[in-house]
Design a protein around this ligand. Structure first.
Ligand SMILES: Nc1ccn([C@@H]2O[C@H](COP(=O)(O)O)[C@@H](O)[C@H]2O)c(=O)n1
Ligand SMILES: C[C@@]1(CO)OP(=O)(O)OP(=O)(O)OC[C@H]1O
Length: 169
């Protein structure tokens, strides 16, 4: 069911997510698997960066959040690849007539070093999001050993997204 949006052709959205680190789990971040001693725990593959991004995109369209569309209580999402969820979210905004303008993400992780993986993540996400790599920015930061990210208990991610109304012809 299509919603009635305001006349403004641009909308922005913000998303934030946290997942706990556990030894021995695979680490999925920004759609790619990264070699590390610990991975993130969740009902899905726990890709915290994709989850923040999905929430930002859904937020831009006032469509709720990922938990509303893909409930963690539903067995069908157990272990699911978050790239599948992102693709579904993109389809939802396309249905409303919107496309991705740009997205900017920050991942807070004490370890591992993410810089060598950032461009692979951007390429992976831009392919799913039907946009160019330069429309996706991903940054990494430590939290200087402070807080739960600093103690390597978890990783957080935040995302901001601009979407625009695409021409109908
Ligand atoms: N997991 C991380 C965290 C940070 N980086 C890169 O290091 C730079 C410095 O980090 P600070 O937290 O000291 O500001 C940061 O700008 C990133 O380029 C990283 O690669 N992986
Ligand atoms: C991705 C979903 C899928 O069930 O589960 P989790 O991996 O637990 O992730 P979270 O960010 O806690 O919640 C969102 C859920 O939609």
């Amino acid at each position: 069911m299509s919603k009635h949006f305001s006349e403004c052709p641009f909308r922005i959205g913000y998303g934030y997510d946290v997942h706990q680190l556990e030894e021995g789990l695979p680490l999925w971040l920004g759609g790619i698997k990264i070699t590390h001693t610990h991975g993130l725990k969740g009902h899905s593959d726990a890709d915290v960066a994709i989850h923040a991004l999905c929430d930002a995109i859904l937020g831009a369209c006032a469509l709720g959040d990922i938990g509303k569309h893909f409930p963690p209580s539903d067995e069908k999402y157990k272990g699911i690849d978050s790239k599948i969820l992102l693709k579904e979210v993109i389809m939802m905004i396309h249905q409303e007539g919107y496309k991705i303008g740009n997205a900017d993400l920050t991942i807070a992780a004490e370890k591992p070093k993410l810089l060598p993986h950032i461009d692979n993540m951007r390429e992976c996400l831009s392919n799913i999001m039907d946009c160019l790599i330069d429309q996706i920015s991903i940054k990494a930061t430590t939290t200087e050993k402070l807080g739960f990210t600093g103690r390597e208990e978890g990783i957080s991610a935040s995302a901001i997204v601009l979407i625009y109304k695409a021409n109908e012809d």
